[in-house]
Design a protein around this ligand. Structure first.
Ligand SMILES: [Zn+2]
Length: 310
């Protein structure tokens, strides 16, 4: 039996606020046909303009990953990375993501609400082989002392190191490594929240950003300590959130990756530079599928027994 593509069984909707805009957003996830990929749709701008997930459609990576339609920059969607991470983590190939505002809602600052939403929708296999982008050659990008790289690996794993020189972060794990087999994404990564510093939040607000940011959707720190009364969800929540972001940023390439990601102090901009560098030379990768599930890496074999949607 092949490894098949997957989409959602049912349509699901939720409501939240945009981290930067502070605006209320309705978010709807819909099933999509074979080979659609992940498509964003701004129903408040022009619902006929599909904003396809692709490295070249990323137009801004300063505070979040922003996608735009190549011919209509009005049709743009900010802060896609946590939802993209949940879609990648749960192995969704095809989905339509509708929003009625410029930004994906921040929810609780992690991917856990999106995981719940996708699981509530249900996941169904489709009658076409799932395609993977297999890294054939090591590719590394750098910016100052930051690095991000992908190396060949028969599976998908991620390793991240952070360095913030902040007492509240230094006391937690600055390094994390995870091989995505079984439920590793859901259990070890998906609940890690975004984080920021109160002095930056104030500066961002002055620029009209972070209007929706609060202790309910981010870990917020002053110069010394974490301000959230509940503390951390994982003892190494910061580095785990950087992995969560990276998984979403990598999935913007359009296909699940077979490879080993590793990074030091990387962020949305460098992760996007990495996928563009991969795509710049066809010797760096190949597109593969598995007609025999037994030949596929362990992390993609789950769910091969499910009923087919034809
Ligand atoms: Zn994030």
């Amino acid at each position: 039996m092949s490894i098949f593509q997957k989409t959602l069984t049912n349509t699901v909707t939720t409501t939240g606020i945009g981290l930067h805009s502070g605006r209320k957003v309705h978010l709807t996830l819909r099933a999509a046909p074979i080979d659609t990929g992940i498509v964003f749709r701004r129903v408040d701008v022009d619902a006929s303009l599909d904003i396809r997930v692709a490295a070249e459609n990323v137009v801004d990576t300063r505070m979040a990953t922003t996608l735009a339609h190549p011919e209509n920059p009005q049709a743009r969607v900010l802060t896609i990375e946590h939802l993209m991470s949940a879609l990648a983590g749960l192995g969704i190939d095809n989905a339509i993501i509708e929003v009625d505002a410029p930004e994906i809602p921040i929810m609780d600052g992690s991917a856990t609400s999106f995981v719940y939403l996708i699981e509530s929708a249900g996941i169904v296999e489709q009658a076409a082989a799932r395609r993977f982008l297999r890294i054939k050659k090591s590719v590394c990008v750098t910016e100052g002392d930051k690095t991000a790289r992908l190396d060949p690996y028969f599976g998908f794993k991620a390793r991240f190191d952070i360095e913030f020189d902040h007492p509240a972060i230094d006391g937690t794990g600055n390094h994390f490594e995870v091989d995505f087999v079984g439920n590793a994404f859901v259990h070890q990564i998906s609940r890690a929240r975004t984080f920021g510093f109160i002095q930056d939040v104030e500066a961002l607000r002055g620029l009209g950003l972070a209007q929706g940011g609060n202790l309910g959707n981010a870990i917020v720190m002053d110069e010394y300590k974490i301000l959230n009364p509940e503390g951390l969800r994982y003892k190494d929540e910061f580095v785990k959130h950087k992995i969560l972001d990276a998984i979403g940023d990598l999935f913007v390439i359009g296909l699940p990756i077979l490879g080993a990601y590793s990074a030091f102090k990387s962020g949305h901009a460098l992760n996007n530079a990495l996928i563009r560098e991969i795509l710049s030379d066809t010797d760096n990768f190949e597109i593969v599928s598995f007609s025999d599930a037994a030949q596929a890496p362990e992390f993609v074999r789950a769910g091969t027994q499910k009923e087919l949607l034809v």
